[in-house]
Ligand binder design. Structure first.
Ligand code: 5GP
Length: 120
């Protein structure tokens, strides 16, 4: 069963500009902003504009345009922050075992230092 979308989640409020964020990119499909508690010199969150709880329902129910737009936005942000040559890490926490805290799909983009082996 798909988890119902809570339109009071913090990223929904960021999308509606009800709470501030440090946006670095936005287009028709995606918004990107700095994580409030960064784990690396670059720690940006990229979210789709659509109301998707997680990778689960986005991958199942997102339109081709939404999915393509979101994937392209993640790549665009990485390029714009000079991360292509040095490299970077993408991470999406999904659901309870994944440790997902905010129930709106987000991809973490980490960079700006050598990140070492996979996060625990
Ligand atoms: P999750 O554990 O759900 O994958 O990650 C949620 C992320 O959202 C965390 O890294 C946390 O620091 C970030 N976060 C939570 N609340 C806010 C907020 O109000 N603003 C911003 N910019 N980031 C937030």
């Amino acid at each position: 069963a798909t988890q119902p979308y809570d339109d009071q989640n913090v990223f929904a409020k960021i999308l509606r500009d009800e709470i501030p964020s440090r946006r670095v990119y936005e287009d028709d499909y995606a918004v990107a902003f700095h994580d409030i508690a960064p784990h690396a010199p670059v720690h940006i969150l990229v979210i789709p504009r659509g109301a998707y709880v997680s990778w689960n329902d986005f991958s199942a129910h997102g339109s081709e345009a939404e999915i393509a737009g979101f994937v392209r936005a993640v790549g665009h942000v990485a390029r714009e922050h000079g991360l292509v040559a040095p490299g970077y890490r993408l991470l999406a926490n999904v659901g309870g075992h994944g440790g997902q805290e905010v129930p709106h799909l987000h991809v973490h983009l980490f960079g700006g230092r050598s990140l070492g082996p996979m996060l625990a």
